[in-house]
Write a protein that binds this ligand. Structure first.
Ligand code: UDP
Ligand code: MG
Length: 148
C-alpha cells in the first residue's frame, strides 16, 4: 500500500502541534509505519530539499528546518500522498483552506508547520533518506474497519 513521508517542522513541534497533527492522520484512517524525533543538520536538510537548491528562499528554509527538532513519520494508506497533501493544505498558508493543517495553524509560508511528500516517487526517495534502516511492517487490526 502507498506510503508518504510527513515531517512536522520545528515550528510545529515548538507550538505543541505534534499530537494534533498525528491525531488527524490517525483519525483519517492512515496507519503509522515509522516515527522519529530528531534535529537534522544543514547537509541533511540540503539533501532533503535538493530540488529547491537555487530558490531565493532556500537558505532560509534550511535554517528553518534545522532550527529545532522535527517529527519525521511514514504514513500508509490508499492515496496517502495526495490526500496527505490535501490535509496539509496549500504551501502558502494564505491559500490553504480552513480545515487543513496549514489553513488552521499557519500564517507565513516560511513557518508552515509541516512537510508532506508531493508524489509517490518523492515519498520513496524521502523515506529512503530519512529511514535508511527501513520501516516497521505491521498490519493494523483496524484494517477491515477502514477498508471494504
Ligand atoms: N517556502 C518558502 N517560501 C516560498 C516557497 C516555499 O519559505 O516562497 C518553504 C516552505 O516552508 C515550503 C518549503 O519551502 O513548505 C518547500 O517548498 P515546496 O514548494 O516544496 O512546498 P511544499 O511541498 O512544502 O508545500
Ligand atoms: Mg515540496
Amino acid at each position: 500500500m502507498e506510503l508518504s513521508f510527513i515531517m512536522i517542522k520545528p515550528d510545529g513541534v515548538q507550538r505543541g502541534l505534534v499530537g494534533e497533527i498525528i491525531s488527524r492522520f490517525e483519525r483519517k484512517g492512515f496507519i503509522l509505519k515509522a516515527l522519529k524525533f530528531l534535529q537534522i543538520e544543514k547537509s541533511f536538510a540540503e539533501k532533503h530539499y535538493e530540488d529547491l537548491a537555487g530558490k531565493p528562499f532556500f537558505d532560509g528554509l534550511v535554517e528553518y528546518v534545522t532550527s529545532g527538532p522535527v517529527v519525521a513519520m511514514v504514513w500508509c494508506g490508499n492515496g496517502v500522498v495526495l490526500t496527505g497533501r490535501k490535509m496539509l493544505g496549500a504551501t502558502k498558508p494564505a491559500d490553504s483552506a480552513p480545515g487543513t493543517i496549514r489553513g488552521d495553524f499557519a500564517v507565513d509560508v516560511g513557518r508552515n508547520v509541516i512537510h508532506g511528500s508531493d508524489s509517490v516517487e518523492s515519498a520513496q526517495k524521502e523515506i529512503a533518506l530519512w529511514f535508511p534502516d527501513g520501516i516497521t511492517e505491521w498490519r493494523s487490526s483496524l484494517h477491515s474497519w477502514i477498508y471494504e
